[in-house]
Design a protein around this ligand. Structure first.
Ligand code: SAH
Length: 255
């Protein structure tokens, strides 16, 4: 049996209880070494066989999994954040399905959520935006033209941009051509939730490239853009959820 597990964004305490149970029982662990915090491997059994998939190719990963299956062992495939987001797990799941290997998936806390926690920010403020777009800028992996950053940014939602901090100057240009002003607030969160390593840079479109360069950040960072970041209490509307004027199934309106 293979368990695909979301490792969370970095802080080992942000692994789910289920992920922890599966990881601590696994005979074989294949972890995405470029991003998973190696401290999570302390949860593994001392005799577990541990592989770093950063040094492996698709076929090698499948080979390790197939051997473990033949030996009746349990494998955990540990992915950073939540595996459904830029996790490259579909090709692994499809290959396992073809080979008749049984697997399941345990979700994890994605880094865009750890970034919100680091920023102490709600992404969906009433009256500002009710939408979060998760995207990346086209790089080695192209982004379909219909969803280019230039097009998506026109919606003026909160944007969480993955895998793009090394292209921040291009990201800025795309956002400006989508109609964002150069004063638009933007934040870059490096290693959100990693104990002792997290860095938060807050700026504006016209300052951020230099700020991030000065902080020497070129990877493992989330770019967050949108007006939620500078919305003061007078800019957004109070939520209906806690308003005395509204009833819902758990509470009657009060006069
Ligand atoms: N599946 C992962 C994303 C993998 S893609 C998730 O759900 O978070 C890798 C990208 O995720 C990085 O380039 C960076 O943009 C982002 N990322 C991963 N961990 C991060 C962290 N702790 N802090 C900020 N960004 C992170």
């Amino acid at each position: 049996m293979v368990h695909i597990v979301g490792a969370g964004p970095g802080d080992p305490e942000l692994l789910t209880l289920k992920g922890h149970r599966l990881l601590s029982a696994a005979d074989v662990v294949i972890y995405a070494g470029s991003l998973v915090n190696p401290d999570l491997l302390k949860f593994c059994k001392p005799e577990a066989q541990i592989y770093n998939s950063a040094q492996m190719m698709h076929e090698e990963i499948l080979h390790v999994i197939s051997l473990a299956e033949k030996a009746g062992k349990t494998t955990v495939r540990l992915h950073t954040g939540d595996p459904s987001i830029y996790g490259a797990i579909q090709e692994q799941m499809d290959a396992m399905q073809e080979r008749g290997i049984d697997f399941d998936v345990t979700p994890g806390v994605s880094s865009f959520l750890a970034a919100a926690a680091a920023l102490k920010q709600e992404y969906t403020l009433p009256g500002i935006t009710q939408t979060v777009i998760i995207t990346r800028r086209g790089g080695k992996t192209p982004v379909p033209d219909t969803e280019s950053l230039k097009k998506l940014a026109q919606h003026k939602t909160t944007l969480c941009i993955f895998l793009s901090v090394n292209l921040l100057a291009e990201v800025k240009q795309d956002l400006l051509s989508a109609g964002f002003k150069s004063s638009t607030p933007i934040a870059v969160v490096y290693k959100a939730s990693w104990p002792g390593e997290e860095k938060i840079i807050r700026g504006r479109l016209d300052t951020i490239v230099q700020q991030v360069r000065d902080a020497n950040i070129d990877r493992t960072a989330m770019i967050v853009v949108g007006h939620c970041l500078n919305a003061k209490r007078e800019h957004y509307e109070m939520s209906q959820l806690y308003s005395p004027k509204f009833s819902h199934i758990f509470r009657q309106a009060r006069d």
